[in-house]
Ligand binder design. Structure first.
Ligand SMILES: Nc1ncnc2c1ncn2[C@@H]1O[C@H](COP(=O)(O)OP(=O)(O)OP(=O)(O)O)[C@@H](O)[C@H]1O
Length: 293
């Protein structure tokens, strides 16, 4: 069952088109990762689902309502980038205050456990580490017992341990029946957390599927060689995603490296010192978004 969706959204900020015919559906119980580079349109999509901004064209729905109406918002928790709360309130005080906004909040102790904040209840927010602060913001996002969580790049700036810590709490929320939209520019994060991934670039959805499907579709390989062909000719070979040159060698990335290699040999029979390697996941993701430019 679809609980939240964006349909054919167009959103401009002056000359910038942030979303350009963008579609997204979040199913009940799903952890959907919206993966994209900086400026791709992820935050704008999240804000539309929160009713914080409205579309120029298209429709946003959360639990069947316009997100600007209270009915959908009461069932939605959110963690936005650069989320801030007063530094001089204690962790437990923040949670009690936020809980008081909702009709059926979680007991404070449960919110504290679900965010891994045991032992920090009396600490002032301003004295916490970056990872601990993110866990407080997570507790505030879940304390109203939401059915849907919108997490906008929740682990940016966190070290590996803190990131993994937050992942554990996000997974626990989903295991309890919740749905999550998580925006990220870490392919690894989408891979380990999500059961569905949508890739956004320049306000458009350019790929969608399970993490395995996304990885397969962007599983680019690198062909490195010495060739007399100019970069323009190389770029024009069908299937070539990117061309870089260093130290007299050229490196091409391509999903189907066998076919591209045949085309390269046809275009330049004198090509030398050919090496083919698998590209890393991050590189593959960059290649995918590069191609859409
Ligand atoms: N309030 C605004 N005024 C002007 N331009 C905006 C505004 N909000 C977003 N934009 C522009 O819209 C585009 C999409 O921005 P958005 O914040 O949605 O991207 P993002 O994928 O969340 O990026 P990041 O990963 O950097 O947070 C960007 O070019 C951004 O500069």
């Amino acid at each position: 069952m679809i609980i939240a969706e964006l349909r054919n959204i167009r959103k401009r900020f002056g000359p910038v088109t942030a979303l350009d015919g963008f579609d997204l559906q979040i199913e009940q119980g799903q952890l959907l990762a919206l993966l994209g580079r900086n400026g791709a349109g992820k935050t704008t999509a999240t804000k539309l689902l929160l009713g914080l901004t409205s579309a120029d064209e298209g429709a946003a729905r959360v639990f069947g309502h316009d997100p600007r109406q209270c009915a959908g918002r009461l069932r939605t928790g959110a963690m936005l980038q650069a989320g801030q709360v007063p530094e001089t309130l204690r962790v437990a005080e923040h949670i009690e205050l936020f809980s008081s906004y909702y009709p059926k909040p979680l007991p404070a102790g449960e919110a504290i456990r679900a965010a891994g904040l045991e032992g920090l209840e009396r600490r002032m927010y301003g004295s916490l580490s970056g990872g601990q602060r993110q866990r407080v913001l997570f507790a505030l996002a879940i304390c109203g017992r939401p059915d849907l969580l919108l997490l906008d790049e929740p682990t940016v700036g966190l070290d590996v341990d803190s990131r993994r810590g937050l992942w554990k709490h996000i997974r626990h929320f989903v295991a309890g029946g919740g749905s999550v939209l998580l925006t990220t520019h870490y392919l690894e994060e989408a891979d380990v957390l999500a059961d569905h991934v949508a890739v956004i670039d320049k306000g458009r959805r350019i790929a969608e599927g399970s993490p395995a499907e996304i990885k397969r579709s962007i599983c680019a390989r690198r062909i490195s060689c010495i060739t007399e062909l100019a970069d323009d000719r190389l770029r024009a070979l069908e299937g070539v995603q990117s061309v870089t040159r260093a130290g007299g060698r050229v490196t091409l990335t391509a999903v189907d490296s066998d076919t591209v290699l045949h085309r390269l040999l046809t275009a330049d029979p004198r090509v030398r010192e050919v090496e083919i390697q698998g590209a890393g996941l991050e590189e593959a993701f960059l290649a995918l978004t590069e191609v859409a430019q």
